[in-house]
Structure formats: structure tokens, C-alpha cells
Design a protein around this ligand. Sequence first.
Ligand SMILES: Cc1cc2nc3c(=O)[nH]c(=O)nc-3n(C[C@H](O)[C@H](O)[C@H](O)COP(=O)(O)O)c2cc1C
Length: 316
Amino acid sequence: MIVVVNFSSRKDGNCYRISGVVKKHFKNKKVKIFNFYENTYVSCGHCNYECFVKRCKVDDNLNEIFKAIVQSEEAIYVLPNYCDYPNSNYFLFSERRCGFFNGNKDLQNRYLNIPKKFIVISNSTNNNFKETLKNHIPEKTNPDILFLNSKKFNQDPLDGNLMNDSEAENVIHDYLDNKYLIEQSAMAIVFYKSKVLSTVEEVYNRPTLSLPKGHLENGESPLEAAIRECFEETNEVITKDNYIGELAPFEINFINHHNKLVKKTIYPIIFRVDKMGHLASKEERIIKVKYLPIGEFLLQCTYDNVKTMILEATCK
Ligand SMILES: Cc1cc2nc3c(=O)[nH]c(=O)nc-3n(C[C@H](O)[C@H](O)[C@H](O)COP(=O)(O)O)c2cc1C
């Protein structure tokens, strides 16, 4: 059985319709959908935290959702972004887990180990989701999240009509089938004294601070690609002599300009130069190129994973 939890309290909204698409996707399997809009569940509190010692006193049917999940082969959580976090139903659900587990570690582990996918209606790929959704999966693993940005499909998220777009629906099917286009990319982290070589590029009409990076071309190693991309994007000449190390590659999932799901592995390569070259932005989408003090870069960069990388790279 597949369990779908629709956390939205709006009937007929995006989460409701996406849950319907998930049911259609698994048409040969039993699919049980739990809709938060159909019930009013009690949030944690108004008690003496009995759940930690004996039974939780609340008597609504929220535990039915947990019972179904621990008996399922996979659970799909569909949730909206409210003010850059999952909506409050999600937090209510997370807190009430304690009442269901009731101190039973085996039951808790069984719940955490049920494979889960998270479909989030959100105009950003916000790190708050990556952190809070970890509550429902085994420790030291990352949640498998699909962020669905209505604007990318020319839809207004408040209309709740995202699934009228066949490309958006296809993205859901590909995600449930783990069907991704595979890409590999290298990123050059180039330090000069306490500055880092940075680019400002146009991403969806917004100037966005980043690092020189690009796809691996045929037969190229990540080191060769980082050196080439750095020159092509910033005019800075670096060689293997400037190489000081690399960080563990990391994966990102996103929807590309053709509305296809992509899984990209990024190889961060670290260099140090003792002299700045003559910088120039040579690609149209790159607005500015400069060595930025590391502190300023960390303050201005909006990509959490890039910021983490810079911090790790400074320790090399
Ligand atoms: C109170 C509130 C806050 C929201 N905040 C955000 C937000 O910060 N970012 C975003 O991308 N969408 C935001 N939205 C839009 C919802 O995520 C979007 O409308 C989604 O489709 C809601 O799910 P539903 O259609 O199933 O009800 C917000 C909506 C509401 C009602």
C-alpha cells in the first residue's frame, strides 16, 4: 500500500490535486490518501505530556495516519509552503508522532525507515524544508524533496490549478518513477588572500551570487572542467598548480528550463592564486565577476549549499 498525506486544509487546491495524480500514478496499487482538510486534529499541549510515560490523552483519529504509514511500502507527503516553512498541519503532525510512538523505539524506527517522498508547492527550494522534513526519515539522511514552483509553469499558486498543466503533472510522474536527466558539473572555488572569486549571474531575471561552474564536457575530469569554466566565465587563468583540494561531490535535483527533472552531481574543486588576473565577464548571463571578501560572500549568497561549501573549503 502507498500512503499519501495531503497537509493542506484547502479542498481542491494544489496539494489535493497532486494527491490525485499520485493515486493515478500508482493505479495498480492500493493507495490510501489522508486529507488534512477533512479533519480537525488537536495540536500538542493542553496536557501533562502523558505521551512520554503512558498513553497520549488525545482521542482524534490522527494516529490512523501513522498506523497506515508503518504498514505501507512508501509514503508520499504533499505539503504547501506557508511563509517559507511547511504549513502548521505539518508541525502538528510532527509533534503528535510522540503520542503514536509512545516511547516504543522499534515502532519509531519502523516509521522512520518507511521510504518517503515529499512534494512541496513552493516558489523557492528553501533550506527550512530540508531541515524540518528530516524529522520523518532516518538520521544522517537527506529528504527526497520535489519543489514544485507554480510560476515555472506560468500558474498562480493561489489558484490551485497547477495540475491543469500537463508538464507539471509529468514532473510528478517522473519524480515518483525516479526518472531524472543526469548531469555532472564542476565548481571552481578560487581563493585569493581572504577573498573568493565570485560571479553574479541572471537566474530567472534575478541577479544571483554564485561561483564559476559548468558542465563536464566529453571525457573531461572535474578538475579540467573547473579550470576551463573558470576561464570561460571570469577570464581568470588557473592551472593544476593552483589546485589545493576538493570537497565531497553533492547532488541537487531541480526542474530545468524544459520543465524536465534533473539530478545534477556537482564537484567542488578548490584553488588558491597568489595574484589576481584580469577579470572579465565573458558570458552574457554573467553580470559581474569579482573577488569578494569571504564574509561578504557568505552574507550575500542565497544558496545554502554553496555557503556551506565555502566554509568547508576555507578549512582546507
Ligand atoms: C498563509 C500562506 C503563506 C504562503 N507563503 C508562501 C511562501 O512563502 N512561498 C510560496 O512559494 N508560497 C506560499 N504560499 C502559497 C501556497 O504554498 C500555495 O498557494 C499552495 O498551492 C497551497 O496549497 P493548496 O493549494 O493545496 O492549498 C502561501 C500561502 C498561504 C495561504
